[in-house]
Design a protein. Structure first.
Lengths: 394, 75
């Protein structure tokens, strides 16, 4: 039972999307080069890696939010299985980077997040939000690139939620600073840390693995288009994303994360509307103070996100899938905005979304990643209950 | 041998699967369900979902960004 994907569009109309994708790619790479040339190497690099990651996510339809959601809702394990694979490969990538630095007498900059009440609350809210919004943070960026008008609503909610979350750090930062941050190898030594970390992941991966994988038959596509436009398997997506995020970490000394960038965009909008953030505890932190001083956009976080959206757009155009997807109803839109709000706020509390606080954190052997996983899973479960009730299903 | 069309354009996960699953349960063997979706995740998620329910799936990209997924109930 091979699903067959037929391309019917080719015979009907002249298709300008693939050509457009190449033009946009050239444009984005040029911008990256300009940034590199004008002394902003980290920015240009982040933009380029963002392009690759956005492309990989869109092409393989990889959605971390759906990994949890579809498992809970449908007992569907394919995405979750590939997510676990992604975690394993990213962890291996991290190990390579860590010891590369050790052998070169340098140290890999680590970001081991403190975990506590803020993680529990934040991750739960994030989990609820990602189900309501029909996407997580990276999924939202991806679909902004693909043309989903509903996700612009999610973005609006996300921006507002992020600003509120950043402002609320006045309250949460004291709690965060008192919370433990545990890097497993320091606590347990590398051998035991590897066993405790990789053991469960491998077990989980094998447990979820289906005996028969679905292979796809593509017809009606020209040979070149077949390579260029074929949707990748989740496994391929996991491998490519793991490689790209490891290279990203290596190149800029800071791991793959997306919500800080979105917070910067929200704050920029806030300041444009007359708001002031100079006295917020969040913007007194060196990293964020720097962002404030450079105007928010010339930051690696912002550049990565722009690259991500563009990468997803380019991937979508290459496969002739780009389309302005209209909103189904006001209800759909409103629920999505609410989801974005919860995600934006929750991510600030938990110090990241399922990319930064889950994927990158687990890959970095930080205990916080597991805490986020647990509570975002709980949040997803709650979110599903709410979602089904809102849309009158089951 | 009925053919039923389900329009889920503009709907995002998990609605396409939820709605098509609900309708699929009411079908008789031999019936076909044609799901019209513009969601890129659905063109992967729906076949995976129906694979477990003993159905034959065929996907057509009928316009830029729109797929018609035909699910035929077997058995």
């Amino acid at each position: 039972m091979q699903p067959e994907v037929k391309n019917v569009t080719q015979q009907q109309t002249r298709d300008f999307q693939p050509a457009t994708s190449i033009l946009l790619l050239a444009l984005a790479v040029s911008i990256s080069s300009i940034l590199n040339g004008s002394g902003h190497k980290v920015l240009g690099f982040s933009l380029l890696m963002g392009l690759g990651l956005g492309y990989a996510f869109q092409r393989s339809r990889f959605c971390l939010g759906a990994a949890f959601r579809d498992f809970i809702l449908f007992r569907s394990s394919e995405l979750l299985q590939s997510t676990v694979l992604l975690l394993i490969l990213s962890s291996l990538g991290f190990i390579v980077l860590f010891f590369y630095h050790v052998f070169n007498n340098s140290s890999l900059p680590l970001s081991i997040l403190p975990f506590g009440m803020h993680t529990a609350v934040g991750a739960t809210l994030f989990g609820v939000g990602m189900v309501l919004a029909a996407s997580c943070a990276s999924g939202m960026l991806m679909r902004l690139g693909e043309g989903y008008v509903q996700q612009y609503g999610t973005l609006l909610g996300f921006l507002v939620g992020s600003i509120i979350g950043a402002w609320n750090q006045n309250f949460w930062l004291p709690i965060i600073c008192q919370s433990p941050a545990i890097f497993l190898p320091t606590q347990l030594g590398w051998p035991l840390a590897l066993a405790v970390h990789l053991g469960p992941l491998l077990f989980l991966y094998l447990y979820l693995r289906r005996l028969s994988s679905t292979s796809w038959k593509y017809t009606g596509f020209t040979p070149i288009r077949k390579i260029y436009s074929e949707a990748w398997s989740y496994q391929t997506g996991a491998i490519v994303i793991a490689i790209l995020s490891t290279v990203l970490y290596y190149g800029r000394g800071s791991y793959f994360a997306v919500t800080t960038g979105i917070t910067y965009w929200g704050t920029w909008a806030f300041t444009q509307l007359g708001g002031s953030v100079a006295d917020w505890a969040y913007y007194q932190l060196p990293r964020h103070l720097n962002a404030l001083n450079v105007g928010f956009f010339l930051t690696m976080e912002s550049m990565l996100n722009f690259g991500f959206i563009f990468g997803a757009l380019i991937s979508s155009l290459a496969a002739s899938e780009a389309r302005l997807r209209k909103v189904r109803s006001l209800k759909h839109f409103t629920v999505s905005v609410a989801g974005g709000l919860l995600m934006g706020y929750g991510a600030r509390l938990a110090l990241g979304c399922n990319i930064g606080a889950f994927l990158s954190s687990i890959a970095s052997f930080s205990v916080s990643g597991w805490v986020f996983a647990l509570f975002s899973f709980l949040g997803a479960w709650l979110g599903i209950k709410l979602f089904l009730r809102i849309f009158n299903l089951k | 041998m009925g053919e039923y069309k389900l329009d889920v354009l503009g709907e995002m996960c998990p609605l396409p699967i939820l709605r098509s699953d609900k309708l699929f349960k009411t079908l008789l063997p031999g019936d076909k369900l044609v799901i019209v979706t513009d969601h890129s995740c659905a063109m992967k998620g729906i076949p995976l979902h129906f694979k477990k329910l003993l159905a034959e799936t065929q996907i057509s990209l009928v316009a830029k960004g729109i797929w018609e997924i035909t699910v035929e109930k077997k058995g």
